[in-house]
Design a protein around this ligand. Structure first.
Ligand code: NAD
Ligand code: DAU
Length: 371
């Protein structure tokens, strides 16, 4: 790594549109929201999505973009080095937003292998491919690699602990968070060792449209609408810091466009809520939005089930750095965001009903053992 190339990495990222962006995992929850956000905000830019379409990826979500000449979808694995090499060159990519991952903690407990493969080996494969491509580039100063990660790498907080900052030591507790921590370290090391212009974001719990049914908020919305039990782990007192997905996508775009290479930015909603309070609130919202629910009051469906092994008690993000340095702050309150999300699940049953497949039911029954 020459000092000259290293110095170039502090130049601003592609101030002149059009930019050419690769979004990995763009058929998943946050990835698809980011694709819509990016093409909405910067319609002259080009977006290539690379997504393996695992159980969590959904081509249908991106269907309205199929006729957009500035959009291309490729089904493929981020671990496929030859494919990644070819796509970077074929589309003259200048920036990567890396979101492809195995993302669900419960699945990582049932089967951690896929998490190591995609999250660690897959991120390594992308970084290596991007590094080689960047080394050959004519204008390397305009390149960026944004690694999208989670607050779970910081471990669990006690009730009165201060929120996670960018300097909180890593202490991942689940196979999922351990695999994300590994990938964060790789992204950081590629900046430190090779000068590759990587950036890392660590974000709190997202919610909103296109969220796969296995996660707490969509699961509860769907089960309330179907009159099924609402499984709450342990005593329901675990706390998560909720962020509406559009706010997260705005933050990611800001970091990619204006963040300093080599830096980490925490992103969070400043919205700490206990799980039991969140589930109760969703019951109340859906009672209001859909008065003819199968079970009324919907709170009768709340069922405490055995706790998730190693369940982190509390997450909370201090988003002071991104606010001070890049001017980002969340705009959607949790009351507003939950209402919008509940309405979305009510209105988009044709999106989520096909996802309740026999394979999903098998996973669900194995996890919850509920009748
Ligand atoms: P998701 O599970 O909804 O989507 C993941 C996407 O990655 C899917 O479309 C899937 O098909 C794709 N994918 C999986 N393995 C792949 C592979 N080997 N090659 C190519 N594509 C593959 O996940 P999400 O909730 O949208 O999370 C996206 C990213 O954001 C993840 O890296 C996650 O760790 C991070 N994150 C999520 C949250 C959250 O609350 N959901 C919060 C912070 C950070
Ligand atoms: O903090 C960011 C992380 O948020 C992301 O990195 C992960 O990809 C994302 O899945 C999410 O992880 P969580 O484990 O916090 O999300 P989940 O929706 O699975 O659970 C939220 C809380 O609700 C958690 O305390 C566990 C609890 N829960 C979850 C499910 C699925 C229940 O009580 N019952 C359930 O059925």
């Amino acid at each position: 790594m020459s000092a000259e190339r290293n110095a170039l990495t502090s130049s601003p990222f592609s101030p002149d549109s059009p930019r050419r962006l690769l979004i990995t995992g763009g058929a998943g929850f946050i990835g698809s929201n980011l694709v819509y956000h990016w093409l909405g905000a910067y319609p002259q830019d080009f977006v290539l999505v690379l997504d393996a379409l695992t159980y969590a990826g959904n081509r249908q979500t991106l269907q309205p973009l199929e006729s957009n000449p500035n959009f291309r979808f490729v089904q493929g694995d981020i671990c496929d080095r030859a494919l990644v090499d070819r796509l970077l060159r074929e589309e003259n990519i200048t920036a990567v937003a890396h979101l492809a991952a195995e993302s669900h903690v419960d699945r990582s407990i049932l089967g951690p292998g896929a998490f190591v493969q995609t999250n660690v080996v897959g991120t390594f494969t992308l970084l290596e491919a991007f590094r080689q491509y960047w080394l050959e580039a004519e204008k390397p100063e305009s390149f960026r690699f944004l690694h999208v990660s989670t607050d779970e790498v910081y471990g669990s907080l006690a009730p009165t602990d201060p929120a996670f900052t960018e300097t909180t030591p890593y202490a991942p507790n689940s196979p999922y968070s351990a695999s994300k921590a590994g990938s964060d370290h790789l992204a950081r090391a590629y900046f430190h060792t090779y000068g590759l212009p990587t950036l890392i974001t660590n974000c709190s719990n997202n919610y909103g449209p296109f969220h796969f049914p296995e996660k707490l908020i969509p699961l509860m919305c769907i089960n309330i609408l179907l009159g099924k039990k609402l499984p709450v782990y342990g005593d329901g007192q675990n706390v998560r810091d909720w962020l509406y997905v559009e706010d997260h996508c705005r933050g990611l775009a800001q970091v990619l466009r204006q963040g300093a290479p080599g830096e980490t930015y925490n992103i969070g909603g400043n919205n700490e809520v206990k799980n039991i309070d969140l589930v109760t609130l969703l019951c109340e919202i859906l009672e209001d939005l859909a008065p003819s629910l199968p079970v009324h009051p919907a709170t009768d469906l709340i069922t405490f089930v055995p706790d998730r092994p190693g369940h982190d008690r509390r997450y909370a993000i201090d988003a002071g750095k991104i606010r001070r340095e890049l001017g980002w702050s969340p705009q959607v309150t949790v009351a507003e965001g939950l209402r919008k999300t509940a309405q979305w699940y009510l209105d988009h049953q044709s999106w989520w009903r096909p996802l309740l497949s026999p394979e999903y039911q098998e996973y669900y029954n194995k996890l919850y053992k509920l009748s």
